[in-house]
Design a protein around this ligand. Structure first.
Ligand code: SF4
Length: 205
């Protein structure tokens, strides 16, 4: 295949990334019958990676700060994003599956880029700081603590742990939307700040 055939225009209006090139497809060493795909995006990601990590739940993210490399545990695979724009993806079915998944990541990258341009550096550092210090007990203290089970979990502690791992969303705790728990909602807003509330799945509408 030529370089031209390997290049795909995914998001014509993308604020930072628009195209992806498939560089290599090899057997995946951790999942038999699946592939590992190496791709190259059409822009440097050096500046956007620190913002990108703040839009996912902490349990889905592994960030190597001194190399500015981000690994996401998303869409049933590991996706590693490098500052040069290189992306590797394991446990992938085929090229079509890789393109479908990288499209979602490119949407997130463009969103993080827009967020980075509108958010000050200190706000971004603040979000990163909150992320790295966040534990399940911190979240638990700001939940209604009724153990009502409306979120699908038996206890608020279990819900807090699943929130951090990205296996549930804050929105599932419906009592938080009731006026009697508005203090708890305020507690979460103070603890997390707006970007992390959104990253954990809080929807204001
Ligand atoms: S819905 Fe909220 S209050 Fe009820 S158990 Fe789940 S986390 Fe606790």
């Amino acid at each position: 295949m030529t370089d031209e055939q390997n290049r795909h225009l995914i998001l014509a209006d993308g604020a930072l990334v628009k195209e992806v090139s498939i560089k290599e497809i090899r057997p995946c060493i951790v999942a038999e019958g699946m592939v590992r795909v190496l791709m190259q995006l059409d822009n440097s990601l050096d500046a956007v990676i620190p913002s990108l990590m703040t839009i996912y739940p902490p349990g889905k993210v592994n960030y190597i700060k001194n190399k500015n490399i981000l690994t996401l545990s998303l869409h049933n695979r590991l996706i590693t994003i490098y500052p040069s724009g290189k992306v590797s993806m394991n446990k992938t079915l085929d090229e079509e599956d890789a393109l479908e998944t990288i499209t979602k990541i490119m949407v997130d990258i463009n969103q993080a880029h827009l967020q980075e341009s509108t958010t000050g550096t200190s706000d971004l550092q603040d979000a990163q700081e909150r992320l790295s210090n966040l534990g399940p007990l911190d979240l638990y203290h700001c939940l209604p603590q009724t153990g009502c089970g409306e979120c699908g979990e038996a206890t608020c502690t279990a819900f807090a742990m699943k929130l951090l791992s990205g296996d549930t969303t804050l929105d599932c705790c419906t009592p938080l939307k009731e006026s009697e728990h508005k203090e708890k909602l305020r507690c979460l807003e103070n603890l997390l700040g707006e970007p992390l509330m959104a990253a954990l799945g809080w929807k204001t509408q």
